[in-house]
Ligand binder design. Structure first.
Ligand SMILES: *Cc1c(COP(=O)(O)O)cnc(C)c1O
Length: 432
């Protein structure tokens, strides 16, 4: 076996990884703060928060203890016909933090399932009102997950192409991505709004919802939009009576410098999807939170009006305990995520004039830049592998999305660690 497929483990199929030609995965033994330690003793500064899930550092003792305590009481129980304190406490805490009427929490397992639930909720909301809304409005470069509903509303890309015959049709519209010193942003926003308004006017009862990654599109290349655009969209969705869904799987829990992107934008969406950082990066857990109005439309003894969805591990008590501990830590350390934007800004300023860099941008704890290369932009750009290797040599964990280099560190990263990371990045980019 090992000879036939050299490099990787003989019994594991790794995600998003070409089986031939990919470098062997690195074996991680432990994590501590913003660092992970590899077999052999090498340490890496985790500048991608381990696929965007870790908020407060690795192996955070407060979260570990909360999970341990809960596991000795109740590890799991069926969540249909039964309930438990960790799920109730977490739902109350989330509803208290989220804006407007976002008060009903539906539990699932990961970002993709949170999105599936949102799609089903929106679709059935209209069906329960006696309307058949046939489609959704989503955005170019959007990424909402890997299950079929989530793939359908995601932009068509390398990730979805192999399955395209199985995906349902969605209207994809431009996302007015912007960066520092972008003189065109208002024109891009106006064009996007015109296009969406046109769709809604042409087919007033066609779209169940508009779904967006607010402020930052993650996997699509850390593309950032302005608060003003989201506010204009909210007005449009109200005016044309369609639902507005925020996929905050990545942007939630401080990532954009506020508790949620919707708080930063001062908007109350109808539905919000949260996962990734929810448990501080400890356990898979997700929620889809909807408004009282939406919940009300499902309030009926009629099975046809019931939302038929659920997973074996729905509202897992260990996940809920980890999420509660995470939210408490975030409450006690808000300055961690509220001050990172300024820190990034200070380090990004001298890079703006760099001849190899373009479209420098920042939103809260996330900083990103495009590397100029002679190749096509996008996920397959080979500069990504070069940067990964050079970063590794310097003790930095970076995983550019094609030619988009980004930093999304755990919030506990120190000023000195961040400065050191930026010095490493500057020297990597100088060598390209
Ligand atoms: C990662 C991500 C998802 C999918 O989440 P998984 O936990 O990987 O299933 C959905 N939406 C956004 C915006 C994401 O960044």
């Amino acid at each position: 076996m090992q000879e036939k497929f050299p490099g990787a483990h003989p019994n594991i199929w790794y995600p998003f990884t070409a089986i031939k030609g990919a470098p062997s995965p690195l074996k991680v033994l432990s994590g501590n703060g913003a660092w992970i330690e590899l077999e052999g003793g090498k340490r890496l500064l985790d500048l991608i928060s381990s696929w965007w899930v870790n908020l407060l550092g690795h192996a955070r003792p407060e979260i570990a203890d909360a999970i341990c305590r809960q596991s000795q009481r109740l590890e799991h129980v069926i969540f249909a016909g039964f309930t438990h304190e960790p799920a109730e406490d977490l739902a109350e805490k989330l509803a208290g933090k989220l804006p407007g009427q976002l008060n009903r929490v539906f539990y699932s397992d990961d970002g993709s399932t949170a999105v599936e639930v949102a799609i089903k909720m929106a679709w059935q909301y209209w069906a329960n009102l006696g309307e058949k809304r046939k489609s959704f409005i989503a955005f170019d470069h959007a990424y909402h997950g890997d299950t079929f509903g989530a793939m359908s509303i995601s932009a068509r890309s390398l990730f979805t192409d192999g399955f395209k015959e199985l995906l349902f049709d969605v209207e994809h519209v431009p996302y007015p991505a912007t960066w520092l010193d972008d003189g065109e942003v208002e024109a891009k926003e106006a064009a996007a709004i015109r296009r969406i308004a046109h769709l809604l006017e042409q087919n007033p009862k066609r779209y169940a919802a508009i779904i967006i990654e607010p402020l930052v599109q993650g996997a699509g290349g850390m593309r950032m939009c302005r608060v003003e655009f989201l506010q204009a969209l909210r007005r449009l969705s109200r005016q044309h009576d369609t639902l507005f869904i925020f996929d905050e799987v990545m942007t939630g829990f401080g990532r954009t410098g506020e508790w949620f992107a919707c708080a930063r934008a001062a908007i109350d969406p109808d539905v919000i999807c949260l996962a990734k950082g929810l448990t501080g990066g400890f356990l898979p857990l997700a929620v889809t939170v909807c408004s009282d109005d939406i919940y009300g439309v499902f309030s009926s003894p009629d099975p046809d009006k019931t939302l038929f969805h659920g997973h074996s591990y729905t509202a897992n008590p260990l996940g809920c305990a980890a999420a509660l501990a995470t939210m408490e830590l975030l409450e006690q350390n808000e300055e961690w995520f509220k001050t990172l934007e300024q820190a990034h800004g200070k380090h990004l300023a001298p890079l703006i004039a760099h001849p190899k860099l373009d479209r420098i941008r920042v939103a809260g704890t996330i900083a990103a830049m495009d590397i100029k290369t002679d190749e096509r932009e996008g996920y397959l750009n080979t500069v990504s592998a070069t940067i990964k290797r050079k970063a590794f040599e310097r003790g930095l964990l970076l995983r550019p999305l094609g030619n988009v280099l980004y930093l999304m560190p755990p919030y506990c990263i120190s000023k000195d660690e961040l400065a050191w990371a930026y010095r490493g990045i500057a020297s990597i980019v100088d060598e390209l």
